[in-house]
Structures are given as structure tokens and as C-alpha cells.
Design a protein around this ligand. Structure first.
Ligand code: MN
Ligand code: MN
Length: 316
């Protein structure tokens, strides 16, 4: 079967040739008739707790995506054939101002959503999820929907109180009514804490928290069941911090925490979202300067591919 390859992007499916848009999809900001827009958000001034470098994430994930051959081995779908996918390029960043950057992201992604497509965002640090969720919430309101359910893969709960940064995102999102905590689940939480009751902070906000110890005790199928039970048939946004994966599988990240999911378990978790009412996704905290052999970027690209397959199955 012929693949939809644009020769201008350096086609022939040689992973090392051509222009690295995401999966070689056409770069355009004309999103009319587009099913999914890939939007890069190369921002890493969100007070990264330890190591920086996620500004290089979108470009490296796009590069790694060229090694995706198109067809999913289990789902039996080829998202670039089943969907019209466009690479929007990157949202405008103001490195010296998180407020201006967030306003840009909300405006650009809002304008993109208004043209019809789903947006899949490539970060950037996790602070970008707040302006992304603002755009999602505004778009949903315009269509008569309430706040979405949230599936949040991460080693960290990111619900600290405080100014805008990557560790406070979901507290702000709840306070602004952008997500429904009763339909929010955090998966993979682990690592040492600032304060002894840090894990209870997310639970007190009404979020269901599955620590990595819960996950490994339950097993992946039960984790998937818990996710599905939490979000049900609601419109669901997925935010995936790559540090949910173990640093042995995803070393290229800002705040690595040993004892996480393997690459395969991450794929299993994403496959477990099959059939959910998916409305958008971001993947964040990929830091190429701390990566080795691009393994973190490759995992990120594959997880986006897995997600796109689910979108394609939903459209079928
Ligand atoms: Mn994290
Ligand atoms: Mn995070």
C-alpha cells in the first residue's frame, strides 16, 4: 500500500533523510479539514526543578518520529492514512515571560482548535499544560461541554501551591475549573517528597492517585481498568510527563525518579485507553541534552503514535 509521503519533505521513508516534521506530515497552519494538528511548544522556563533542556524536545521528538513506519502491529491501523494529520510547527515562545508564553499558547492552540482539529502538543516542560487546558476548556465551552476528564501519567502530582511553573499546573487547572478532579487520575507517582503528606495533597483536591507502588502491586491491566473507571465515557484529555517512565528507559528528562514504568509498560498503558472519548493530548518533559541515543525521544514519538492510533480507531 502506498504511504502518503510528500516528496517535498524528503520522502521514500528513509528515516535519516528529509525534513523532520512529525511523521513527515505536511507542515501547515491551514487546519481546515485536518483531524489532528501536532503543535510543538519548546518552552522550558517553567521553573524546571532540576535539569533544563526541554526546549529541544519538540524538534527531537519530530526527528525520532521519522522512525515510525506507519502501521500499528496490534490495532491494525495506520494513523497517517486514516487521519489527516498536519504539523503546525511551534507555538510562539517568550523565554523571559511565562505569562506571555502561556497567553501565546492559549491563543494559538485556541485558534487551531477553532479550525476543527484535535491538538496533540509536544513540550516543553509541564507548565505548558495549563495554557493548553485553557484553550481546550474554552473550545469545549463554545461547543457546550464542561471540563474534560484527565489522565495524567507522571512521577509527580504537579499540584503544589504557588506561581505558574511545571509543579503547580494541575492545582491551577482545578482552581480555574479547566479539569474535573473527580474525573482525574494520576498514574505512576513516586519519588522523595518535600513534605511527608505531599501525596495526600492531590487526594485532598479530589484526584485519584495511583502511586507506582499501587501500579506494580495491581498490575498494568488493573491500572488500565482504574483509568477507564475514573474517566468513563467523558471527554478525556491525556497529559503525559515522560518521567512516568523509569530513567533507565527515559533518562532525557528534567526531574528523573528511579523506579518507574518500562517503555513497554508505557505502551501498554497508552493502548489501554482504546475506545475512550479522547479530545487531546500533550507529552512533556523530554530533555534531549540529557538523553542517550535518543531513547527518550523515541519513546515519546512512539507514545504519540500510539495515541494517534487510538484517535484513528475512534474515527473509524
Ligand atoms: Mn514529572
Ligand atoms: Mn509533570
Amino acid at each position: 500500500m502506498a504511504h502518503p509521503v510528500n516528496p517535498a519533505l524528503g520522502g521514500h521513508l528513509l528515516a535519516y533523510s528529509g525534513v523532520p516534521t512529525f511523521m513527515r506530515q505536511t507542515p501547515t497552519r491551514d487546519l481546515r479539514g485536518v483531524d489532528v494538528a501536532i503543535v510543538g511548544v519548546p518552552f522550558d522556563s517553567g521553573a524546571t526543578s532540576f535539569r533544563g533542556g526541554t526546549r529541544f524536545g519538540p524538534r527531537k521528538i519530530r526527528e525520532a518520529s521519522l522512525a515510525l513506519w506507519g502501521h500499528h502491529p496490534i490495532h491494525g491501523v495506520a494513523p497517517a492514512e486514516a487521519l489527516t494529520i498536519a504539523d503546525y510547527g511551534d507555538a510562539a515562545i517568550e523565554m523571559a515571560s511565562i505569562e506571555k508564553t502561556m497567553a501565546n499558547i492559549t491563543a494559538e492552540v485556541g485558534a487551531a482548535l477553532a479550525q476543527g482539529p484535535m491538538v496533540v502538543a509536544l513540550g516543553g516542560d509541564h507548565s505548558i499544560s495549563l495554557p493548553l487546558l485553557r484553550a481546550q476548556a474554552a473550545n469545549a465551552r463554545n461547543a457546550g461541554y464542561g471540563p474534560p476528564a484527565l489522565v495524567h501519567f507522571d512521577a509527580h502530582t504537579d499540584v503544589e501551591p504557588g506561581d505558574y511553573e511545571h509543579g503547580t499546573v494541575f492545582r491551577h487547572a482545578i482552581e480555574e475549573g479547566l479539569i474535573d478532579p473527580a474525573a482525574t487520575i494520576q498514574v505512576g507517582i513516586r519519588g522523595s517528597l518535600y513534605f511527608p503528606d505531599d501525596l495526600n495533597v492531590a487526594r485532598q483536591l479530589g484526584i485519584r492517585v495511583l502511586t507506582i507502588d499501587d501500579c506494580f502491586e495491581m498490575g498494568i491491566p488493573a491500572v488500565v481498568a482504574a483509568i477507564r473507571e475514573t474517566v468513563g465515557d467523558r471527554r478525556t484529555y491525556v497529559t503525559l510527563d515522560i518521567d512516568a517512565a523509569d530513567p533507565a528507559f527515559a533518562p532525557g528528562t528534567g526531574t528523573p525518579e528511579p523506579g518507574g514504568f518500562s517503555s513497554y509498560q508505557m505502551l501498554q498503558l497508552m493502548r489501554g485507553l482504546k475506545g475512550l472519548n479522547l479530545v487531546g493530548m500533550d507529552i512533556v518533559e523530554v530533555s534531549p541534552p540529557y538523553d542517550h541515543a535518543d531513547i527518550t525521544a523515541l519513546l515519546a514519538a512512539n507514545l504519540v503514535f500510539e495515541y494517534l492510533c487510538l484517535v484513528a480507531l475512534n474515527r473509524a
